[in-house]
Ligand binder design. Structure first.
Ligand SMILES: NC(=O)c1ccc[n+]([C@@H]2O[C@H](COP(=O)([O-])OP(=O)(O)OC[C@H]3O[C@@H](n4cnc5c(N)ncnc54)[C@H](O)[C@@H]3O)[C@@H](O)[C@H]2O)c1
Length: 359
């Protein structure tokens, strides 16, 4: 297919917090026309349209898709409102970048993919999910090391996204029906996506998980991110899992919004037969010529190194627009996001039943 050289018209559905990150990326991408915004709260759709210079604003995504003559949309609504606009936009032939988590659960994610598989032969439209961590400079560098065999066979990984006190108390985050779950589906999906991409997406064989709600229903928990209603909090506040893969590898996952820890921390550790690696700061741990060695990648940009310190979202959206222009696969495939959804479901199921879920 020939490269698309004309301006690409984009729309954003849901103009709350994360929409701004998508728009920052569109502003940096080549030849993008900010065309339409949509939010059920009209003042938000209008405000964002005026701030960034979108030509139109809507309060109905159906109306926007029908009338706005778009090429692509960002789905930046809360998780309960991902499936309908995504399916509507895919059926209308638009390219769709849907925010994480892909959907409330894997059944919804599967439905979205089924629709895409049905229509993409006709429309040649792309579908991707917002897992921007893969676009970080260190993540991209580590992936090159792993793909070049520097770690040998990867057999163990650990992903920990732990907050001591960090419950997103605004929006719908603490509602199972509207958000799909708590930290497991909110930040656990980023941890899972990043680790499994680094591991080369081996097929999952089983998931053993446990989740806890120890703080959500208590009044007056210290939380710098605001107060929630303990009577309405019905998601977990921490979750832990061991995921096993067909190649024998295992991934340990730890996530929390509230946990009595020394401090909040994020850890991504990948261990292989020839080396291990940690992200942020990026370091590779190996053994050479009779001694252990650490390969350390400097944090500060130096001569000959990519000096770009754009946020990951900006890199994600630039790559997304480039994939649309070239008609090539985006880095994040929807089938990979579906696997993440299936693992999230399995962690919740395993926690309830007390046994591992076999895939
Ligand atoms: N990738 C990331 O790191 C990251 C970070 C934050 C949020 N997110 C995800 O982005 C999504 C949105 O989160 P947010 O923090 O921006 O939420 P938000 O509540 O700030 O914004 C969501 C907006 O969607 C609007 N909306 C709801 N239903 C709608 C509908 N049917 N049609 C049109 N508009 C509708 C709301 O009025 C609101 O303005 C969530 O899925 C969240 O998990 C991702």
């Amino acid at each position: 297919m020939a490269r698309i050289e004309r301006p690409l018209r984009v729309g954003v559905i849901g103009t709350g917090g994360i929409a701004n990150s998508h728009i920052q990326g569109y502003l940096k991408a080549e030849n993008v026309e900010l065309h339409a915004t949509c939010d059920v709260i009209e003042s938000r759709a209008k405000g964002v349209a005026e701030k960034y210079g979108f030509k139109h604003h809507f309060t109905s995504w159906e109306e926007m898709i029908k009338t706005a003559d778009l090429d692509a949309v960002s789905i930046c609504t809360p998780p309960f409102a991902h499936i309908e606009p995504t399916i509507g936009a895919l059926e209308a032939g638009l390219h769709v970048m849907c925010e994480k988590p892909m959907a409330l659960d894997s059944a919804q994610a599967q439905q979205m993919i089924d629709v895409w598989h049905r229509v993409r032969g006709t429309h040649h439209n792309l579908f991707s999910v917002g897992f921007q961590s893969r676009f970080g400079r260190n993540a991209q560098t580590l992936k090159r090391f792993i793909d070049a065999g520097e770690l040998g066979d990867v057999y163990y990984a650990k992903a920990a996204y732990l907050r001591r006190r960090g419950v997103p108390a605004w929006g719908v985050f603490t509602s199972k029906a509207l958000n799909g779950g708590g930290p497991m589906i909110d930040i656990g999906v980023h941890a899972l996506d990043l680790s499994m991409w680094l591991m080369g997406h081996p097929p999952v064989t089983s998931v053993f998980g446990v989740s806890f709600t120890k703080f959500g229903n208590r009044p007056n928990v210290f939380n710098p991110w605001g107060k929630w209603d303990p009577a309405k909090y019905d998601v977990e506040d921490s979750a832990f899992a061991l995921i096993r893969f067909a190649n024998g590898a295992a991934l340990q996952l730890e996530v929390s919004w509230v946990l009595n820890l020394p401090k909040s921390s994020t850890e991504t550790l990948i261990c292989g037969t020839e080396g291990g690696a940690q992200l942020d700061p990026l370091a590779i741990f190996q053994e050479k010529h009779g001694t252990i060695v650490d390969v350390v990648v400097p944090e500060k940009a130096t001569e000959g190194q990519d000096a770009s310190r754009e946020p990951n979202h900006v890199h994600q959206m630039i790559a997304w627009i480039e994939a649309i222009r070239e008609g090539t696969s985006p880095l994040v495939l929807p089938e990979q996001a579906l696997t993440v959804s299936k693992i999230v479901d399995a962690v919740y199921t395993s926690s309830e039943t007390g046994v591992a879920v076999q895939f």
